[in-house]
Design a protein around this ligand. Structure first.
Ligand code: VGL
Ligand code: ZN
Length: 232
């Protein structure tokens, strides 16, 4: 797959432009590959850092790469610390459905909110920060939802119609972004081995069945070339 991203005749140090296997209308959405979701982070996703080299290789195939960033103000409503008497991983009802309460994580401007330092994205198109506005607003998807992130408009303006999703966590932001993207009319492909899940209260299984019900395509990074050949 990685070899398809580049001109096979390219000599080391030559300036030949990359040859992409994907279409202009494709984008790779890299969800929340941030320090707090990696080992030793405040809300570590088991083996979350393993997605980094996979995402780096995937990114070489795309002209359009978008990074999303969980970016909470201090005291955010999704933090258990904002709800006296509650503990991390308790669930509370909200207007948008049950909300798992998290340890404080990805607080704006902290090292935990920074992207993993090994991410290498040659063609970064857009960085979409969620929840940058108010502690009382929760934007759990990177796509248009209860509050706009701007990403849907960016994608439409660029003529992007098909999204390939990777990142953290499969059972929360990747899942909700995939659901909202389908609702917004995008074709959605989840690259499952480029994601890792948190898995609270059966959330990975729930995410898988939701993706299956949405008819979102699920592939592995190693299947990308064959998938593109089949579709193009
Ligand atoms: C979120 C942590 C884990 C969020 C989701 O939507 O802010 N944060 N999963
Ligand atoms: Zn969060």
């Amino acid at each position: 797959m990685a070899t398809r991203a580049r001109d096979p005749k390219k000599k080391p140090g030559s300036t030949t432009a990359a040859v992409y296997a994907t279409r202009d209308s494709d984008a790779l959405i890299v969800v929340d590959v941030q320090n707090d979701f990696c080992p030793d982070g405040a809300l570590a996703v088991p083996r979350g850092d393993e997605v980094v080299p996979i995402v780096n290789r995937l990114a070489e195939n795309f002209r359009n790469v978008i990074l999303t960033q969980d970016w909470h103000p201090p005291g955010h409503l999704s933090f258990a610390s904002a709800h006296p008497g509650r503990s991390p991983y308790d669930t509370i009802p909200t207007s948008y459905g049950p909300q798992v309460l998290w340890p404080d994580h990805c607080v704006q401007g902290t090292p935990g909110a920074a992207f993993h330092s090994d991410l290498r994205i040659p063609m970064l198109g857009w960085c979409c920060a969620r929840d940058s506005i108010a502690a009382s607003i929760h934007i759990r998807s990177s796509m248009k939802t209860t509050a706009p992130t701007g990403l849907t408009g960016y994608l439409r303006e660029r003529g992007i119609t098909r999204l390939f999703l990777a990142g953290l966590a499969l059972d929360f932001c990747v899942r909700y972004s995939a659901e909202d993207a389908v609702r917004e009319g995008f074709v959605v492909v989840v690259i499952e081995d480029a994601c890792r899940g948190i898995d609270v209260q059966g959330s990975v299984a729930a995410a898988r069945s939701s993706l299956a019900a949405l008819k979102a395509t699920r592939i592995t990074a190693g299947e990308l070339s064959a998938f593109l050949d089949m579709e193009n």
